[in-house]
Design a protein around this ligand. Structure first.
Ligand code: CP
Ligand code: NVA
Length: 307
């Protein structure tokens, strides 16, 4: 049966480990596997802007032997002009895999339900599972293992990154903590799913409002923009609310001495992270960005082998 990657818990703990092993192998050997040799085509569709996702999928698909077809909803019949289900049926006849960055997560579910080729979520309003695989690869490179580590995500705990950290890091057997202001809590059903996964993997899930308590003795401190794509009109209110959640050198001093700092990027140094942190010695953000290529190649190869 065709497998998809729409949210982080679409991979079981054992499957996530397989994909991360393969990601490390691709990093050592760029052309390790060529499942798109032919050249077969991957549709890479954007309803929102992107630098890393666009480049990493373009490079990754080419490395796998394939042709990345970059599309967007404005210049195609997508975006309300043609139904998602009809689009999925047509694309399935022409391409080997569909990668889509969009707004409502339900659209991805409809695409997957009507596609006969694997569908990858390259960011929806609710999840960003490709980023989480790259983050896990980065943390594993730095710390040697994932199981039992504590990671704290500070900022907008209600956004796609917050939700994906909950599911993806719980799957990895990590202790995942989220800290955000009241009114920006993660969705209750996702917290519940993450707690259920953590109970199986030996991890844990904690939700805080106090950023200092949340980063105490953390192995990794993570943040993201306070204003996600689609929330631009809320910018002023969000910046006023999220101020106490800025990751500064002082906040980092409450984490473990060897704690690392991650950010999916793009970063706003005047808001969610201070330059001394993102440009300082604890930051691994450039490895994290590079690992998008390796992790996504592993994910695509893994899914294509099961299609
Ligand atoms: N982190 C991330 O997905 O970056 P882009 O929005 O540039 O793709
Ligand atoms: N939360 C951010 C992530 C960007 C990669 C957004 O959705 O805009």
């Amino acid at each position: 049966m065709t497998r998809n990657m729409l949210r982080d818990d679409d991979l079981s703990p054992a499957e996530q480990r397989e994909v991360l092993e393969l990601a490390a192998a691709f990093k050592r050997d760029r052309f390790l596997r060529r499942p798109l040799e032919g050249q077969k085509t991957a549709a890479v569709i954007f309803d929102k802007t992107s630098t890393r996702t666009q480049v990493s999928f373009s490079v990754g698909v080419a490395d796998l032997g394939g042709n990345p077809l970059i599309m967007d909803s404005k210049s195609s019949q997508m975006g309300g002009k043609e139904s998602i289900s009809d689009t999925a049926k047509v694309l399935s006849r022409m391409v080997e895999i569909i990668i889509w960055r969009t707004y409502a997560h339900a659209g991805l579910e409809e695409m997957a339900a009507n596609s006969t080729v694997p569908v990858i979520n390259s960011l929806s309003d609710d999840f960003h599972p490709c980023q989480i695989l790259a983050d896990l690869q980065t943390i594993r490179e730095q710390k040697g293992e994932l199981n039992g580590l504590t990671a704290t995500y500070v900022g907008d705990a209600a956004n796609n990154m917050g939700h994906s950290y909950l599911l993806g890091f719980a799957t990895a057997g990590m202790h995942i903590r989220l800290a955000g202001p009241a009114g920006y809590e993660p969705r209750a059903d996702i917290v519940e799913d993450a707690r259920r996964i953590a109970a199986e993997t030996g991890g844990s899930v904690e939700i805080f409002t106090d950023p200092v308590a949340a980063v105490s003795r953390a192995d990794a401190v993570i943040t993201d923009t306070w204003v996600s794509m689609g929330q631009e009109e809320e910018k002023a209110a969000r910046i006023a609310t999220f101020g106490p959640y800025r990751v500064t050198g002082d906040l980092m001093s409450h984490a473990n001495d060897d704690a690392i700092f991650l950010h999916c990027l793009p970063a706003y140094r005047e808001f969610e992270v201070a330059p001394e942190v993102i440009d300082g010695p604890q930051s691994v953000v450039w490895d994290e960005a590079e690992n998008r290529v390796h992790a996504q190649k592993a994910l695509m190869a893994w899914l294509l082998e099961r299609a």
